[in-house]
Structures are given as structure tokens and as C-alpha cells.
Write a protein that binds this ligand. Structure first.
Ligand code: SPV
Ligand code: MG
Length: 286
């Protein structure tokens, strides 16, 4: 019989190796990430918004992000880390969010210290941060709201994205760890890993560190682990590859007038059936 079971994120963290996470917006993407050996998936607000043809600017509601994350988790064996932006409002919203996500089977969430409504970290826009103590209160609220001990809360600082520097990023992450965060995510849009390395040198190991090396992609996972990072999120490479693939496939069919020339380069329908576990489903009716 078809079973839908998965490992909680905390269990993955307890293994002690670098945890590798792939950004996705669909269950199919999650299945492929698991198949490739990723330990968890990131239900990315950027990807989920883009899949709806919308910017990552707090336009979708908590319910819509939750539905997207829960639909991914239902279908895959690795845990989802749900990108919950700012927590969809103030501390009250954060408490409600934790209740809802936890009840829907999500085992890890991440919230960031920007103001609601937020805009994607790479957008050319003002990135104003919430007061540090107010965000620490959101983290403490999230931890107090969880009903299972394993539920995992990641506190993300956008101090480097806002140009406030490494010292401010460290100061904020310390406060968030002291408020009970299970891990801190320090995001950077620099073209090299220099400021993240400086952060890691100053960081006092109060809790694990998560990074998102989108703009400094040449940092090898082995070196990331050696530098003291616990979790690496490849947040949007899947989405960008999908755009490339769909664009060239659709264009090529239009230009050539048929799909015959592509048939050897695209997966057979049978392979989609395998991902859908069609045979196991059909056995239910057999
Ligand atoms: C996301 O993938 O939605 C993220 C990472 O939050 S970033 O797009 O770099 O802000
Ligand atoms: Mg996001």
C-alpha cells in the first residue's frame, strides 16, 4: 500500500553532517531533489510566488504558502523547511502560523527579520529590518507556540542584505539564538563568501548556521562544511533550470513544427509514471 511518511527535519540535523537543502515549489521538484540525494527541501517563497507568476513580495497569503509547503511534504520522504517570510505579520501571526504549519505536518520553518510586507532579498528595493528585540520576540513566540518538542525554528537575519554589516548580523543572531532559535540563517547578496566567512569567525556557536550561496555559488560544499556551516540551501537553482528547460523546449517545438527532434532528450512518459508511483496506485484497485 502507498505510504506517505517522512523524516522530521530535526532528525536530519542530528546526523551531524552538512545538511544539503534544495529549493522547490512543487512536490515533483521535491521528489527529484530527494532522488538526487538532498537531505531536505526548501519551500521557497521566491519559487512558490514565481510558480504563480507573481513577485516574491508578500502577495500570497499564509494559507497559500502553507498549502504549497504541505502539498510538497505529503508527497516526499525528506523534510520540508518552510520559508515563512516575516511570519506573515506580528508575533500573533507567528503563533497562528506555527499552530497551522505544525498541524499540517511541517517540521521546520524559517522566519526573517524584515518588515511585513517584505520583498525578495535580491530585489532593488529598500530592505528595512524589524527592530531586533521585536524579532527576538517573534522567535520566542514561535518556540512557545509549538506543541511537539521536535518542531524546528530557523531565525534568518537580513542584516547583510540591508548593508548593516557583519557585526550587526552577529549581534542579531546572538539575540535570536538566546530567544530560542534552533538555528540561524545569515543571508548575503555579496559576490563572494567573504562576509559569510567573517560572520563564521565571529559566531560563537550558540546554534547551527544556515547559508544560501546564490550569489557566491563557487563555494564547494566540502569547504562550506569545513568553515563551520551546518546547512546549505540551494534556494532557486531548480527554478532557474526549469525556466531554461521549458523555454528552450517550447521554443524548439514551435520552431521545428514537431517534438520529434526532442524525444531522445526529454524523459519518456513512463518515467513520469514512475515518479507518480502509478503502478503502486493501480495495485490498490487490482
Ligand atoms: C527564497 O528562496 O524564497 C528565499 C531565498 O527566501 S532568497 O530568494 O535569496 O531571498
Ligand atoms: Mg523567501
Amino acid at each position: 500500500m502507498i505510504k506517505q511518511s517522512y523524516v522530521p527535519f530535526r532528525r536530519v540535523m542530528e546526523r551531524g553532517d552538512l545538511v544539503r537543502v534544495a529549493g522547490v515549489h512543487s512536490a515533483l521538484g521535491g521528489l527529484l531533489a530527494g532522488e538526487a540525494g538532498f537531505d531536505a527541501v526548501w519551500a521557497s517563497s521566491f519559487e512558490i510566488s514565481a510558480a504563480r507568476g507573481l513577485p516574491d513580495a508578500s502577495l500570497l497569503t499564509m494559507t497559500e504558502y502553507l498549502e504549497a509547503a504541505a502539498n510538497i511534504q505529503k508527497a516526499i520522504p525528506v523534510p520540508v523547511v518552510a520559508d515563512c517570510d516575516t511570519g506573515f505579520g506580528n508575533s500573533m501571526n507567528v503563533a497562528h502560523m506555527v499552530h497551522e504549519y505544525e498541524r499540517a505536518g511541517i517540521t521546520a520553518i524559517c522566519i526573517e527579520d524584515k518588515l511585513f510586507p517584505k520583498i525578495n532579498s535580491f530585489a532593488v528595493a529598500e530592505q528595512t529590518l524589524l527592530d531586533m528585540d521585536a524579532f527576538a520576540h517573534k522567535i520566542a513566540t514561535a518556540k512557545a507556540a509549538q506543541s511537539t518538542p521536535g518542531f524546528y525554528v530557523i531565525a534568518r537575519t537580513e542584516a547583510l542584505i540591508s548593508g548593516l554589516g557583519v557585526d550587526e548580523a552577529v549581534r542579531r543572531c546572538r539575540a535570536y539564538a538566546q530567544a530560542g532559535a534552533d538555528a540561524v540563517l545569515v543571508h548575503s547578496k555579496a559576490g563572494t563568501n567573504a562576509e559569510i566567512r567573517r560572520f563564521l569567525e565571529e559566531w560563537d556557536d550558540l546554534c547551527p548556521v544556515v547559508i544560501v550561496p546564490t550569489t557566491y555559488p563557487d563555494w564547494h560544499a566540502d569547504d562550506i562544511a569545513k568553515a563551520g556551516v551546518s546547512v546549505v540551501i540551494y534556494a532557486n537553482q531548480g527554478l532557474r533550470a526549469t525556466v531554461e528547460s521549458l523555454r528552450s523546449t517550447f521554443r524548439s517545438i514551435r520552431e521545428q513544427g514537431s517534438s520529434a527532434h526532442l524525444e531522445r532528450r526529454i524523459v519518456p512518459v513512463q518515467e513520469i509514471f514512475t515518479l507518480q508511483r502509478l503502478q503502486e496506485w493501480q495495485e490498490i484497485n487490482a
